[in-house]
Each structure stands twice: as C-alpha cells, then as structure tokens.
Ligand binder design. Structure first.
Ligand SMILES: [Cu+2]
Length: 127
C-alpha cells in the first residue's frame, strides 16, 4: 500500500511537471524555452523575461543551428546581449542539444541562425 501511494505521488509530480513546462513561454522566473526544428524555430519565437532569467534553447528534435545576435542570418552585436550569442560564431547546436543561456541585462535581443537566415526570434529582457 505504501509503495502504491509513493508511485502515485511520483506520477502526479511528473504529470504536473510535464504540464507546466509546455504552453506559455512568457514570463516566469526561469523556464522560458525557444525550440528549434530541422530548419526553423518552432513554437514561441517572442519571449519576454526579467533580467537575470535564462532561456533554454531546445534543439532536441531539430537540426544543426548556429545562433547569433542579429537578423536575417547576419551577426550584429547588441550591447548587453549574452556574451555567448554576441559573437560572430555564436552558439552551435546539433540535434539533441539543449542549452540554457542567461540574459543578465535589459534590452531587446534579436536572435537569428547563420545557417537558416529565415530563423528569427526575439528575447525581450525587462527590469
Ligand atoms: Cu538554423
């Protein structure tokens, strides 16, 4: 009986976690996700977070991507953007990768992919 109760509790926790990780991706203290498919962002591409929060870039079912700050596949540095993304080489993703990137500063940060110039996302960081 005790084992059954424990199993139920674990299952309930898993179900709750699964539900809360989907759906809305704006706000929240820490848990915003930008997902990537084979050659495009999938799901929400416009995310608003607070300074000091992070965004998880989830390429777990996608392809190869090279994300940088900029638009139309072109790197263009923006003051205050996360340092990993704010370089011409940016951050490489292979299918299966997942990286969480911290946004320490306020601002509006356009994110594009050098391999797929049509990929465009925006992370807005408020105080
Ligand atoms: Cu890409």
């Amino acid at each position: 009986m005790r084992k059954v109760l424990l199993t139920c509790a674990v299952l309930a926790t898993l179900i709750l976690a699964a539900c809360s990780s989907g759906g809305s991706s704006s706000g929240g203290s820490n848990g915003s996700t930008i997902a990537m498919g084979f050659g495009a962002f999938t799901g929400n591409t416009s995310i608003t977070i607070k300074a000091g929060d992070s965004v998880t870039f989830d390429d777990s079912s996608g392809g190869v991507h090279q994300l940088v700050i900029g638009t139309s596949g072109q790197f263009s540095a923006v003051s205050g953007a996360p340092s990993q993304l704010n370089t011409a080489t940016g951050v490489m993703f292979n299918s299966g990768d997942k990286q969480t990137i911290l946004f320490p500063n306020t601002g509006t940060f356009p994110i594009t992919c050098k391999i797929h110039p049509s990929m465009q996302a925006t992370v807005t960081v408020t105080s």
